[in-house]
Design a protein. Structure first.
Length: 123
């Protein structure tokens, strides 16, 4: 569980940092158009994603694990739906869109598994 949460934390902080600090560059990477309003929205989303990355990092501690994994499961489940809609509607570059969708579905399933499994008691 700890390696998965570390991976999630690193990916979310890097992605969120990119949206926060260089929204136009991230839009180009995704193949999306840029605008002043879009840049502001990207920065807001970046801040939220960095916060989720911080949650994932802190959730590596047993005391915060259950809450963090449940929040991350909901995030990735909802984000999977949004990513699927973006792929379906050709919002992103196809290769990037499918990569994001597959990554989100994998992480939703992984976090869902650990959320449903519940806390492990060491004996």
């Amino acid at each position: 569980m700890r390696p998965l949460l570390t991976l999630i934390a690193v990916v979310l902080v890097v992605l969120g940092g990119g949206l926060l600090l260089a929204p136009a560059g991230m839009a180009t990477l995704y193949g999306a158009e840029t605008s002043a309003g879009g840049d502001n929205g990207s920065r807001m989303a970046g801040a939220a994603i960095v916060a989720l990355g911080t949650l994932a990092w802190l959730s590596r501690r047993p005391a915060y694990n259950a809450l963090g994994v449940n929040v991350l499961f909901v995030w990735f489940a909802l984000k999977s739906v949004v990513a699927w809609l973006a792929v379906r509607d050709h919002v992103f570059n196809a290769a990037v869109g499918w990569t994001v969708l597959c990554f989100d579905v994998f992480l939703a399933l992984a976090c869902g598994f650990f959320a449903l499994r519940g806390p492990r008691i060491n004996r």
